[in-house]
Design a protein around this ligand. Sequence first.
Ligand SMILES: *[C@@H]1O[C@H](CO)[C@@H](O)[C@H](O)[C@H]1NC(C)=O
Ligand SMILES: *[C@@H]1O[C@H](CO)[C@@H](O)[C@H](O)[C@H]1NC(C)=O
Ligand SMILES: *[C@@H]1O[C@H](CO)[C@@H](O)[C@H](O)[C@H]1NC(C)=O
Ligand SMILES: *[C@@H]1O[C@H](CO)[C@@H](O)[C@H](O)[C@H]1NC(C)=O
Length: 168
Amino acid sequence: MEALNLRAMALMVIIMVTMMGNMAKSEQHNVGGSKTSWDPKINFTQWASHEQFHVGDWLYFGYGEKQYSVLEVNNASYVSCNETGFIKNITGGAGRDVFELKEAKTYYFISGGGFCYQGLKVAINVAENLAPSPQHSPKQSHSASDYCLINQTLVVLILVLIWGILFK
Ligand SMILES: *[C@@H]1O[C@H](CO)[C@@H](O)[C@H](O)[C@H]1NC(C)=O
Ligand SMILES: *[C@@H]1O[C@H](CO)[C@@H](O)[C@H](O)[C@H]1NC(C)=O
Ligand SMILES: *[C@@H]1O[C@H](CO)[C@@H](O)[C@H](O)[C@H]1NC(C)=O
Ligand SMILES: *[C@@H]1O[C@H](CO)[C@@H](O)[C@H](O)[C@H]1NC(C)=O
C-alpha cells in the first residue's frame, strides 16, 4: 500500500519535471530589452538581431506613453508605416501588451499615432521550436538532438535521485 503511494508520488514528480522542461522552452522577450522599452529611442533592428525567437515564445511590449500602441502589420505596412489595414491591434490600453509567436515566419509590428516614422517598429524573425525536424535542416536537427540529449540526461538523473531517496 505504502509502496504504491510512493510510486504515485514519484510519478507526479516526474510529470511535474517534464512539464517544467516544456515550459522552459517558451521564452518571453521584452521588446527592446526591458519592460519599458517599446520606445522610439530604441534601435529595434539591433535589439532583434541579438535575440533568438522560436515558435511558442511571447513578446512583451511595455511602455508608459499612452499615445503608443502595438499593431501587427504586413511587410509592406511595416516598411511604409501604414497604420490602416493592420492584421491585429494588440494594444490593450495599459502599456503592457503581449503577443504569442505561433508560426515560424517574420512578424511585423508598428506603433500607431505616427510613432512608427520615429522608429517605433520591429520585425521579428521566428524560427521553428527545438522540435526535431530531421528531413529539412541538418544543422537545426543537430542542435535539436543535442538539446534533447541534455534534457533526457537531466530527467534520467532526477529519476535516479528520486528512486534513490524513495526506495533505499
Ligand atoms: C540600427 O542598428 C542597425 C544595425 O546595427 C544599423 O544598421 C542602423 O543604421 C541603426 N538604425 C538607426 C536608426 O540608428
Ligand atoms: C519584405 O519582403 C521582402 C520580399 O519578401 C524582403 O526582401 C524584405 O526583406 C522584407 N522586409 C523586411 C523588413 O523584412
Ligand atoms: C495602407 O494599407 C491599406 C490596406 O492594406 C491600403 O488599402 C492602403 O492603400 C495603404 N495606404 C498607403 C498610403 O499605402
Ligand atoms: C487599437 O486598440 C486600442 C485599444 O482598444 C485603441 O485605443 C486604438 O485606437 C486602436 N488602434 C487602431 C489603429 O485601431
